[in-house]
Design a protein around this ligand. Structure first.
Ligand code: URA
Length: 264
């Protein structure tokens, strides 16, 4: 099948999935929202399309330009389908669950971590262990809830003994992270720790030097900051991490994107 037919097939499959999901969830018709809505700021802010689904949330975005883009829930579902019962790297051999991502598929703010730990592997959801509890507090201090943002990792399967992910494992998983981000098209990414920041930025500068400075990932603002697990080991660094998150809030405010609640 040539590329355009394959693309069309995927779009039709995506629309069918969306219709079925909307039927089941009682969300009604399919919004064919122009991608431009992401440039003009959604006045309803992060509440837009807020549905929590481990594999993504609902909404079809179609471009009003010549090449339609499948985003939101459907885009995330397609990426999840493509991942399938992934055996692309050796991490698959030790996993209990593939940990894909969680939150709002239309989030304007996405947090990217390193990889699942034991709790995440057990539950199939990112950032639910001790580091996850701290991340949840950080998100809530910003005025959001976990359901308002999207949370995922560079690698989707737990590295044994919580070791660092290896280059071949990152290389196997990274295309799927990129596709997740391509489906969501957030306005801001917070890269948690060295692996997320270095992977997305293709920059091996230490996280201590990367953090606190806005960068761009494919046209999306990206703030590197410390990983919550590191903050648990060295709580003196929490102040800097909070400065980074406040800078994120200020930048979002300039884009007319505000959290649903007042930040702490
Ligand atoms: N650390 C991460 O980087 N990701 C998780 O999901 C949990 C802990």
């Amino acid at each position: 099948m040539d590329d355009s037919r394959e693309q069309l097939r995927r779009i039709v499959a995506g629309l069918r999935t969306n219709l079925a999901l909307r039927g089941r969830s009682g969300l009604g018709g399919v919004p064919l929202a122009p991608t431009r809505r992401r440039q003009s700021i959604a006045p309803e802010g992060p509440a837009r399309g807020r549905v929590v689904v481990a594999g993504g949330g609902p909404a079809v975005s179609a471009d009003d330009g010549p090449s339609p883009r499948v985003g939101g829930l459907v885009g995330l579902r397609l990426v999840r389908e493509e991942l399938g019962d992934c055996q692309r790297c050796k991490l698959s051999r030790g996993r209990k669950n593939l940990v894909y991502g969680v939150g709002n598929p239309d989030a304007h703010l996405v947090f990217v971590g390193e990889g699942p730990g034991a709790d995440e592997d057990e539950q199939g959801e990112p950032f639910v262990g001790k580091a996850g509890q701290l991340l949840t507090k950080m998100i809530e201090a910003m005025g959001y809830g976990r359901a308002d943002v999207y949370i995922c990792n560079v690698v989707k399967c737990r590295p044994p003994g919580n070791r660092n992910p290896e280059p071949d494992e990152i290389a196997a998983c990274e295309p799927f992270l990129k596709k997740q981000l391509g489906a969501i098209r957030p306005r801001m990414i917070v890269a948690l720790g060295k692996f997320a920041a270095q992977c997305l930025l293709r920059d091996d500068t230490p996280i201590g030097r990367l953090r606190g400075n806005f960068r761009s990932y494919e046209g999306i603002a990206l703030m590197p900051t410390f990983h919550p697990a590191y903050l648990l080991r060295d709580p003196s660094k929490k102040k800097e991490a909070w400065e980074d998150l406040k800078a994120v809030l200020a930048a979002l405010k300039k884009m007319a994107l505000e959290p649903p609640r007042a930040p702490v």
